[in-house]
Design a protein around this ligand. Structure first.
Ligand SMILES: Cc1ncc(C[n+]2csc(CCOP(=O)(O)OP(=O)(O)O)c2C)c(N)n1
Length: 678
């Protein structure tokens, strides 16, 4: 009698149920892509960027991880990843339609920019590559906290040309952090083929030099191969055996986005060849050939999922749009988050302390108070303790776990800081000189300053960034810049610029205890000046942001100033007093928020105002103050709003030249005198 053939129950050890779920995820993603393209044509949304062709590697990655436990930094093409991770199809459409209930951003970000607090999908912004350093920061936080959480981060192959990618590999490899880098190589970055993008046309080979990094190259259209690698990677990362890079070869079956037309730059034959590599066709064949599924069964799944997709889209359409009244919500922490901060409890009465030491003491006291606080940057650890010694003694007192040297890479410092803050730690980082903050500008402008707003208050990144700025002590062009004018233009980040030791301590403590990102500017020329020294406040002295100080009262003219020009303005006021002029000097103390009220009140009294700062004049922050005065106190003015700033040149090294470039006491006197005589 012929032996009866028994039906298989598994493929390669995977149960029918498991494979059905994988297949269903492929189809959910594919149908969502197709539906979104239709809805774009119907004018229901404006942008779509799809995952078609990438389903296998993405589904494998999400399947190998623990949603809601492991952190994910998925890129815009990761639809199949997020669906498998737990985002519902309806939520995908809420995001696509920019609805108020969109869990990633409440309609604030472009579609397909994912984020989901409960699932630990960190809010994703648009710059290619920034996510890598943040993923490293989150992994570092997980290690510091002693957990076995793993961090997934992905991008296309084009994005691996970004410096942030290599900085991330360096940091992750250096510390053997639990990061899984998944590079989905579809061979194009918009229209640019990998041959024009990447040395050797292989990300796998390109990254060979990072010791400690485990690398795999895999066919990303093959679920079984991809899953095998991802499981190994997750296990390795979880066991603390270091980061993993996976280059997964995929096909891009759609144009780059709905704004692109790939037939302009790809041959028909090539597109046909890629269609044949569609991971869905491959998986269907494997399922049917194995005998585990019939074609009819798969058709039934498709029908069901088609209906589910249409229904999810319809439901999402019924949700409300965001209310324009909410536009400015969550740019900063809502007041209740900072409600327990008590300001100026006791006036400073300690020993006279120089500014840099006041900073140092504030850091140490806050480290003591908050074991989630971390200090890092270039050279900050002992024995050096920072190039200005602001961090001296911290690593010795609190250990190198909590105060450590970063690589010499500013974007890394901010990106890793964001990742740690997202996790719930409090990074207080140092950028060695304001002049070198520019390589971190992308992380600051598009990531740090926007995290809370763009995720509608679900993710926050309250990193404090300390930055020595300003002229003197022979810094020349690139150790002397003032930077407040650039950063004041960024909504979402607060900026302090203290002029003396007591203010520095009080403002830094407020920055550290608060829940917003803060740029904390320290004039390096004031660090050890006796005139910037002050009686030291106690450990609980907090100064509020947005509260200017009337440093000297007067009736004839107001000088609005900050940083190093506070002292020069005071000296000028003393000289002018001898001529019979009564000059009021206001130190704004924080650039953002700005205490316009104190300025306007003073101008109402004196009717004449000079805004004086060290930064170059053209488009300096003084222009903003001048404009606000013109708007709010025009009828009280008895002369033009006058500005005094640095010459519009780089800062020279030669002392005489530098003196000529930066405003001196005489310049303040001259400007004030001209106005008094007006
Ligand atoms: C820093 C930055 N530069 C440029 C862009 C515009 N841009 C968006 S996606 C993209 C191509 C990315 O290609 P790749 O990394 O290969 O991923 P793929 O889209 O092919 O999956 C570009 C140039 C951007 N978003 N960010």
């Amino acid at each position: 009698m012929p032996k009866k053939k028994t039906a298989p129950t598994q493929i390669k050890g995977f149960s029918k149920e498991f494979l059905r779920d994988v297949y269903r995820n492929y189809i959910r993603a594919r149908f969502a892509d197709e539906k979104m393209i239709i809805m774009i044509k119907q004018g229901k949304s404006f942008f779509h960027i799809g995952c078609s062709g990438h389903e296998a590697i993405q589904t494998a990655a999400a399947t190998a991880l623990k949603p809601g436990y492991d952190f994910a930094y998925p890129y815009y093409r990761d639809l199949a990843f997020v669906l498998r991770y737990g985002v519902t199809t309806e939520e995908v459409f809420l995001n696509f339609l920019a609805k108020a209930d969109d869990p990633s951003s409440a309609g604030r970000q472009m579609s397909n920019h994912y984020g989901h607090k409960k699932l630990r999908i960190v809010s994703q912004s648009s710059p290619t590559g920034t996510q890598y350093l943040q993923a490293v920061g989150t992994a570092l936080a997980a290690v510091k906290e002693g957990t076995d959480e793993v961090v997934y981060v992905s991008s296309g192959e084009g994005t691996t040309s970004q410096g942030d990618f290599h900085e991330a590999l360096n940091w992750a490899s250096r510390e053997r952090l639990p990061v899984i880098f998944v590079i989905q190589n579809n061979k194009y970055a918009i229209s640019v083929p990998i041959a024009e993008q990447t040395a050797g046309q292989s990300v796998y080979r390109l990254t060979a030099g990072y010791e400690g990094l485990t690398r795999y190259k895999v066919d990303g259209t093959d679920f079984f191969a991809s899953y095998e690698v991802l499981v190994k990677a997750a296990e390795q990362a979880r066991q603390g055996r270091g980061p993993i890079l996976i280059e997964a070869e995929t096909v891009r079956l759609l144009p780059h986005s709905s704004s692109d037309s790939q037939i302009k730059y790809r041959d028909k034959e090539e597109l046909e060849r890629e269609k044949a590599l569609d991971p869905i066709l491959r998986f269907e064949k494997e399922l049917i050939d194995s005998g585990l599924f019939t074609a009819a069964e798969l058709e039934t799944f498709k029908k069901q999922i088609k209906q589910e997709t249409d229904e999810a889209a319809e439901r999402a359409e019924q949700h409300p749009n965001p209310d324009p009244e909410t536009l400015t919500h969550y740019l900063y922490a809502p007041p209740e988050e900072n409600a327990d901060l008590e300001f100026e409890k006791k006036q400073p009465s300690g020993e006279r302390t120089v500014l840099v030491d006041a900073i140092n003491h504030a850091l140490k006291e806050e480290m003591e108070r908050n074991d989630k606080m971390y200090v890092f940057g270039e050279d900050v650890a002992d024995r050096k303790g920072g190039v200005f010694t602001a961090t001296y003694g911290i690593s010795t007192k609190f250990g190198k776990k909590r105060c450590f040297n970063s690589p010499l890479a500013e974007s890394s410092i901010i990106g890793v800081g964001i990742g740690m803050a997202v996790y719930g730690l409090k990074p207080v980082v140092e950028i060695q000189f304001g002049d070198y903050i520019w390589t971190a500008m992308m992380q600051i402008r598009n990531e740090l300053a926007t995290m809370r707003w763009r995720s509608a208050n679900t993710w926050t990144a309250p990193v404090v960034v300390r930055v020595p700025v300003g002229g003197y002590i022979h810094g020349g062009l690139c150790h002397s810049q003032n930077i407040e004018g650039f950063f004041a233009h960024l909504p979402g980040i607060k900026i302090a610029y203290p002029s003396n030791a007591a203010d520095a301590k009080g403002l830094l403590k407020t920055a550290i205890r608060g829940n917003d990102p803060v740029l904390f500017l320290e004039h390096k020329g004031l660090y050890r000046q006796s005139y910037a020294a002050a009686p030291e406040p106690d450990a609980d002295y907090l100064l509020p942001f947005g509260k200017a100080r009337v440093v000297r009262e007067g009736d004839d003219l107001t000088i609005v100033t900050w940083g190093a020009l506070v002292h020069k303005s005071l000296e000028a006021a003393k000289l002018l007093e001898k001529e019979g002029a009564s000059v009021e000097v206001i130190d704004i103390r924080t650039i953002s928020p700005l205490d316009t009220q104190t300025i306007v009140n003073s101008v109402k009294k004196t009717s004449k105002v000079l805004v004086a700062h060290e930064d170059t004049l053209f488009q300096g922050f003084g222009a903003e103050i001048g404009a606000q005065i013109a708007e709010q106190a025009f009828e009280y003015l008895d002369g033009p709003v006058k500005r005094l700033g640095g010459a519009d040149v780089p800062i020279p090294f030669n002392s005489d030249l530098e003196k000529a470039a930066l405003p001196q006491i005489d310049d303040v006197v001259d400007a004030a005198r001209a106005l008094l005589e007006y």
